[in-house]
Ligand binder design. Sequence first.
Ligand code: GCB
Length: 611
Amino acid sequence: MRLKIFSVFLLAAIAISGHSQNELITNIAARKTFSLDGKWQYIIDPYETGFTDYRFKERSEKDAEAYWNTDIPANRSDRKEHGFIAKYSLNVPGDWNSQDAKFLYYEGTVWYRKLFNYKKSNASNHLYLYFGAVNYKADVYLNGHKLGQHKGGFTAFNFEVPDSILKEENNNLVVKVDNKRYADEVPALNTDWWNYGGITRTVQLIELPQNFIQDYSLQLASSGQTIKGWVKLNSFTPNEKITIEIPELKIKKIINAENAISNFSINISSIQRWSPEDPKLYNVVISTASNLIREKIGFRNIEIKGTQVMLNGKPIFMRGISIHAEVPQEVRRSYSKADAEMLLGWAKELNCNMVRLAHYPHDENMVRVADSLGILVWSEIPVYWTIDFKNADVLAKAKSQLSEMITRDHNRASIIIWSVGNETPVNETRNNFMHSLLSTAKLMDSSRIISAALEVNYASANAIKTIDDPLGKYVDMVSFNEYLGWYTGLPSDITKTTFNTIYNKPLFISETGAEALSGFKADSLTRFSEEYQTWFYKEQIAMLRNMPENFVGICPWILADFRSPRRNNPTYQEGWNNKGLIDQHGKKKPAFFVLQSYYAEMKQKFETQNN
Ligand code: GCB
C-alpha cells in the first residue's frame, strides 16, 4: 500500500455538494470552545406543527408560529401555541429515549432549545456552532434564522454563525431533530439496533481567529524515516508561515503556505512507533502567526503484504470484538470519555488488541481513548443491509458520511480500517454502489485498509465455505460475518467446515456470535442458555485453528448485550439482542472467559513469533 496525500479537495467537494454546512473543523478539543451541553428545553412534535402550517406547507422563516421563532407572546392578547419551559428539558449530550419513559419507542420530531449569551473576544473572529452528532436530521436555527441542515446520525458537523445573527445576550438556538427512518436514508428502514434519537453528542461554540488552521495530517511514511503531512488553512495568504513541531523528537519545521493546502515532509532519525504493546503518542504543535493547535499523534505503519496485515513491519493477528455505542447498564447511547474507557476497558480485559466500532462512526472519545490504550480500530459507516442502492442521492448521502468520518479521525493511529458497510446483498446495482464507496475511501485515505463486512456463500456443498462476493476484488482485506451454529445448524456443525476466499488477500471474520440470556443455565443444546453460548465459542475457536494461512483475525459479535426492536422473544430477549459477552448489567457471561483465554494464547503466539 502506498501512502498518498489525503485528498482534502475531494472532501470539500463532497461536503459542499451534499450539505449546506461548512467544512468540518477538526480537533475541537484544541480550540477555544464554549460548551452548550447541559439542559435543553424541548417540544415533542410528531405532526411537525412547528415546521408546517395546517395545509402542511413549510412555514416561512418569519412565521410567528414556527417553533424556531420566539415563544414569548408580544402582549397579553397575542396567541402562542408553542413554548419551551424548564419542566420539559433533556440532557445534551444524550439520546431522548433513555431520559423519559415516554420517549422509549419514539421516532419523530423533537424541537430542542437552548438560550445562551456569548461575546466574541475579537470582533473579527469566526464563530462556529459544532455538533458531535444529531440522530438523524438536524435543522438548526439561531435567533429565527436557519443556519442549515445536516443528515446522518453519527457524524460531526458545524455551521458558521454570522455576526448579523449573533447577539451578546439571550441567543435563541433551536434545533429540530427528526429520527424517523426512511427507505432513502443511510441507514434505511431496517437495522438491528435501537434508533436512539436526539442530540446525542456534544454541542460547542468554537471561536477562531480570522485565519485559522482548519485541518492537518501527519503520518509516518512506509519507509519509517519520514513524517509526511499537510496543513489546511481556512484561507490562503501567500507565504504565510506554518510551523510543525514535535518537541520530543526535536523537530521544528517551518514551511511557507503554498496553497490552501500545504504539504510537508520531515526526515526523522528515530521514532518510537505506536502499537498495541506500546501506544506511544507524541505531542505535536502546529501553528501560524494567528493560530496554535496542540495534538497527540501516534506514528505507525500499517500495510498489507501478500495475505498478511503488517503493523510496523510485522504480521499481526487481530484479537477483536465488535462494539455498539451503547451503555447497556443505563440503556443509552455512549458519548463520554468515561463511557469509552468502560467499553474499551472491557475489550482490554478480554485481551483484545482490536475493536470493530459497529455499525457507524462512534463518538470522538472512543477513537481518542483507543489511541491512548493501544487498541486497533475498524471504523464504519451505516451502509447496513438494505439500502436504496439504485438511488444516486443515497450514494451521495453515504459518501458524505464517509467523508465526515474520515475527516474527523484521519489522525488517529488506532484506526487502521475504514469499512464502507455491512452485509449488503450481492447484485450489480449494489456492487457498483459499494465499489464507488470503496474507491472514494481509497482516494481520501490510501494509507489505511479499506474493507466491508461481507457474507458467506453457503450454497456450495464443499466443506470449505467461500467468500466470493465480487466486492472482494476491491477491498484490501476480505472480511465476512458468519453465524454457523446460530443462524445455521448447531455448534456441533462448526468444526465440519472452515472458510476461505477466492481472493488472494487477508481474510478476517468481522462477526460471529450466539445469544445467551445472562444467568439462564441449561444443557448446552438449549438455545439462549449460557451453556449454548459457551459451547458455540468453544467450537468456533476449534474451527479457527484450521483456518487457512491468510486468516488474520476475528471480532466476534458482540462485547455487550444491546437493545434492538427486532428481538421479540418474550422470555429470552424482550427487546434485547443478547449476543453480548457481557450482560445488560455489566456482568461477564461464561463465554467471555472462553474467548479471553483463546486471545491470551494468540497474543503469546504472535509475540513469540515476532520476537
Ligand atoms: C449481523 C449484523 C449485526 C446483527 C447480528 C445479529 O450479521 O451485522 O448487526 O446484530 O448479525 O445478532 O444477528
